[in-house]
Write a protein that binds this ligand. Structure first.
Ligand code: COA
Length: 262
């Protein structure tokens, strides 16, 4: 794609920040919720609401819907069995190098990684042109969604860092013998479903090793992203023709990355 000249001139500038990525506490990595879960959930809510406000067409949900969520609902979005929330934290580069706590810096990016997803849930429906994938014993399967970087921090690698954090998390969970998996799978499969008009995100995932493997419906994007509750709201907002389009037209771009456990 043609690169946005303004953004790429910014890209050449050295950021005054350093960026680190973190997986928020989740049942996949911790035995019980952290004592500061409410503070973590509040920070995540602030960032997510900023994403919905500043990039309203990028996500299935809306600021109107999510700004009404209670603090308990945000805590449940962080501490959940089916996914982990990844965040990127910025610190002024002039600050000392000592390790910072999750809540010390400014939260400037986030993404959600769902998984490991069993094959029957990962399979696209109908699946006749979807690529084949291995059994759950051979590979773990994950889906990334909702990647976001704050507008003021774009062009400094936050998107790439979040995707790398997703790959690292999935690889670590797959190779960790205490992760509850009976056999240690040898591979990790990560997928993302992208709106065909979102050229920046298509370029971002291509730049991080994902390949274009298929097309699927908008309805499948909602289902596999774990947004079925939002799908019902979406349907209510559509005309009959558009309902058929969202259920049958294969327009969402399916990209995958396959990693091997060393
Ligand atoms: C997509 C997004 C997260 C990228 O964040 P970012 O931190 O600016 O991205 P990075 O700096 O890591 O860029 C990584 C790659 O993405 C691509 N890219 C990012 N911004 C781009 C732009 N404006 N034009 C063209 N390519 C771009 C490039 O391939 C770039 O690699 P390069 O720098 O080696 O050329 C950010 O633009 C965003 O939050 N967009 C709105 C939300 C959104 O659409 N989310 C997707 C929901 S599915």
């Amino acid at each position: 794609m043609a690169k946005d000249p303004e953004r790429f001139s910014n890209h050449k500038m050295v950021s005054q920040y350093t960026y680190s990525t973190h997986a928020l506490p989740s049942p996949g990595t911790s035995t019980s919720p952290p004592p500061d879960l409410a503070s973590i959930a509040r920070r995540y809510a602030d960032l997510r609401l900023e994403a919905l406000l500043t990039s309203p067409t990028a996500f299935a949900s809306s600021h109107e819907i999510e700004s009404k969520l209670a603090s308990e609902a945000w805590a449940e979005r962080v501490w959940r069995n089916d996914a982990v929330v990844l965040v990127c934290v910025a610190h002024l580069a002039t600050e000392s190098n000592q390790s910072h706590g999750l809540l010390d810096g400014e939260w400037v990016g986030s993404a959600i990684l769902r998984g490991p997803m069993p094959g029957h849930e990962y399979a696209l429906r109908p699946d006749h042109d979807a690529p084949p994938f291995g059994s759950d014993e051979e590979e773990t399967k994950w889906q990334m969604t909702a990647v976001f970087a704050s507008a003021a921090h774009r062009g400094h690698g936050i998107g790439k860092k979040l995707i790398q954090a997703g790959k690292d998390f999935a690889m670590a969970q797959t190779s960790n013998p205490s992760s509850g998996l009976v056999l240690r799978p040898a591979k990790v499969r990560l997928r993302v479903l992208i709106h065909p008009d979102n050229l920046v995100v298509l370029a971002l995932y291509s730049a991080t090793g994902f390949t274009d493997v298929a097309r699927t419906t908008g309805q499948e994007a909602y289902r596999t992203n774990g947004d079925l509750a939002l799908w019902d709201l979406k349907l209510q907002s559509l005309t009959d023709d558009m309902k058929v389009y969202w259920k049958t037209a294969k327009v969402a771009v399916v990209m995958e990355w396959l990693g091997e456990i060393p």
